[in-house]
Design a protein around this ligand. Sequence first.
Ligand SMILES: [Zn+2]
Length: 254
Amino acid sequence: MEVLEYSAIFVSLVIVGFGILIVTAFAGRQSIPDGLEINGIRIVKDRFVSLAVLPLADGGAALFDAGDDKTGKAILGELSRLGLGRENVKAIFLTHGHRDHISGAPLFPNAQVMALSEEVDIAEGRASSGGPILRFLPVKPTGVKIGRTLQDGEVVDLGTVKVRVFAVPGHTAGCAAYLVNGVLILGDAADAGSDGRVRCSPWIFSKDQAQDRASLRRLATRLAGDGCVEALVFAHSGVLKQGIEPLALAARGW
Ligand SMILES: [Zn+2]
């Protein structure tokens, strides 16, 4: 057999292997509850990811992530349902800088886009997020401009609503979770399995899974007994409505 044929077989096996790993990473997760509303926060499915839309008392709106679709079709549809347009979006909180969470952000001219300071270069396209696969993607400008950098423990005041900011590094260096109206938005730092258990971020898409687990343990400890968390929201899977306990339970097993 020619060297070329051996090479073709090797490349094919590598591709199949990665395919199996990716399918395994996605398997057994809850589906995204498109249109679910929790404490005034609406979950919107955008292709294979979700984001959250929060209408504000002053007629504005805040987004938690901005989806995968550069045309923002799902987000604009939800805003239209609320009687709002793209100019009404005043704040966008990014959980992290992966493309499937930020692509719609440039569509909103009046929005202040926020992310943890450690995530700014990734979100704007000057640095790779790292990880077994994503490190090989080209680093190029995303069109996203972070207007305000956030720090762990910060509280962002949106008038009648306050957003607590938590650093949960691991999936990327500057991953954030946001607690708003009793809803803890975890982005890709964790997932909900179809068995109702919380999983940490898949290693194949993450910079450092061990760090992700440690971040989630720390977050569960910080929020245990707080009584503020009513629901957990995950970007690629479901919503769990048993307070912080599913996260605390998972964290005890890691
Ligand atoms: Zn991600």
